[in-house]
Design a binder for this molecule. Structure first.
Ligand SMILES: [Zn+2]
Length: 150
C-alpha cells in the first residue's frame, strides 16, 4: 500500500519516543515529488518537559528549517497517530499538502474522528488526508505503552 514504507520509518521514531518514556508517536515530512524525508520527529514532552512537543510539530519545524521556507504545500506529513487539534492546526499553518496517519484517535483525533480540522469549510486550503495506514501496528504500539504504564 502507498506510504507503507514511510509509515515504517515513523513507527521506528515512535518506538524511540516510547524508549524515552514518551507516548509513542512518530512523524516524518516528505518532499511529495521526490519522496525525500526532510523532517523527522517523535513526541518529546517528557524528555524536554515541553507540553507542545508533539511529533508532527517537531517534524514540520525541521522540514521548514531544512528548506528555508515555512510553506510545506508540496510536502506530505506521515504520522503514526491521527493529529490532535493543535497539530491539525499546525498543518494549516504550514499549508502541508497531504496528511497520512496510522491509528485513529477516538479521544483527540482532529482529522476525521472527533473533529475534522483540515476539511473544515471555514479553512481555505484543504490538504489531502489518508488515515489508517498500518493502523494495527500503530495502535498496538500505543496500547502496549499504556498497558505497561498501568
Ligand atoms: Zn498533536
Amino acid at each position: 500500500m502507498r506510504y507503507d514504507e514511510e509509515m515504517g520509518e515513523a513507527l521506528a521514531l515512535a518506538r524511540r519516543a516510547a524508549a524515552a518514556g514518551d507516548v509513542p508517536v512518530g512523524a516524518l515530512v516528505i518532499d511529495t515529488a521526490t519522496g525525500t524525508v526532510i523532517g523527522r520527529g517523535c513526541n518529546t514532552r517528557e524528555v524536554d518537559g515541553d507540553p507542545l512537543a508533539h511529533a508532527e510539530i517537531i517534524a514540520m519545524r525541521e522540514a521548514a528549517e531544512s528548506r528555508g521556507d515555512w510553506n510545506l504545500a508540496d510536502c506530505t506529513l506521515v504520522v503514526t497517530l491521527e493529529p490532535c487539534p493543535m497539530c491539525a492546526g499546525a498543518c494549516l499553518q504550514t499549508r502541508i499538502g497531504t496528511i497520512v496517519f496510522g491509528a485513529w484517535d477516538a479521544k483527540l483525533g482532529a482529522c476525521g474522528s472527533i473533529w475534522d480540522i483540515p476539511r473544515d469549510p471555514h479553512v481555505g486550503h484543504e490538504p489531502e488526508v489518508h488515515g489508517g495506514v498500518r493502523e494495527s501496528e500503530c495502535a498496538a504500539l500505543l496500547a502496549a505503552f499504556f498497558a505497561a504504564k498501568r
